[in-house]
Design a protein around this ligand. Sequence first.
Ligand SMILES: NC(=O)c1ccc[n+]([C@@H]2O[C@H](COP(=O)([O-])OP(=O)(O)OC[C@H]3O[C@@H](n4cnc5c(N)ncnc54)[C@H](OP(=O)(O)O)[C@@H]3O)[C@@H](O)[C@H]2O)c1
Length: 325
Amino acid sequence: MSMRIQFSHHGGIEVLQYLSYQPAPLGAQEVLVKNHAIGLNFIDIYYRSGLYPPPALPSGLGSEGAGVVAAIGSEVKDFQVGERVAYATAPLGAYSQLHAVPADKLVKLPDAISFEQAAAVMLKGLTVQYLLRQTYPVKAGETILWHAAAGGVGLLACQWAKALGVKLIGTVSSAQKAQSAKAAGAWQVIDYSREDVAARVLELTQEAKCPVVYDSVGKDTWETSLDCLAPRGLLVSFGNASGSVEGVNLGTLTQKGSIYITRPTLFHYANNAKNLRQMAAELFELMKSGQIKAHIGARYPLADAPQAQAQLAARKTQGSSILLP
Ligand SMILES: NC(=O)c1ccc[n+]([C@@H]2O[C@H](COP(=O)([O-])OP(=O)(O)OC[C@H]3O[C@@H](n4cnc5c(N)ncnc54)[C@H](OP(=O)(O)O)[C@@H]3O)[C@@H](O)[C@H]2O)c1
């Protein structure tokens, strides 16, 4: 038996239950991971609320964790019992003491990276990897705009951009968050709760605006993001923290300067073991060299996952939060 967070209906944090459960018999290609630390992500809130539908209810929650291999399926070749591993794209159910993860969604965790650090960076760091290095491969000297720069994904983006010689303008909602984003490597910070972002971007870029804007806030920042893009720039809309963007009039993209737009997800970039492990290797190298550090803003016992989600949704967290089983 093991303990996990489960939900049977969509709704607020009250639908999350901490229950004992019996993991299903291990599939031939699966690895049973004894979690030591679990990542808290905004996507977990979308699954709980029903914005993203889970495959079935009742359902476990969470896609990210780090721990030790407790058992392997009969056809698993790459992993052994006792090995340190981490994952970011597992089927829902990571909010748990034990989680069965398909072997092709696991990476080996270098000794230099702790379980807590791994749970803080796997999903968010791999996201930054594909956004900065694949969706739009940024070049040294470019100036880019990144919303919610003091969040979990945001603080990793500030560091990664700096490591690449890119000038990241980060938006945040408070002076304290501005300080964190600056400390992590943001070139400039704009408080979007009180400043005119488009006007500041125009000023900071000497009217050139940005070749790319990374927007995970969604509904509230959509118009602003378009206004911060140079002609033929790319809007990377990768999240919905304030609600999803709907009813887009394509003519708007013409009026704003023949804008390109993409709505990507990590699951289509880390879509096989080779891609996942290459992306993770790049992230781990930057961590080992000290260019990227995990900012763990809060740790919660697994049973307190509802409170952790409430803090994240209320914009009260900075950096990554983790759950400890
Ligand atoms: N597509 C992908 O592949 C992918 C992968 C990972 C994450 N994501 C997305 O990236 C975003 C960041 O994820 P995260 O887990 O690291 O979360 P996070 O950035 O730590 O938290 C979300 C942040 O968004 C900002 N925000 C702005 N308006 C908000 C609102 N109305 N409600 C709540 N927050 C609001 C807040 O920062 P301020 O207070 O500074 O505004 C808040 O701290 C999420 O939208 C997530 O879905 C996408």
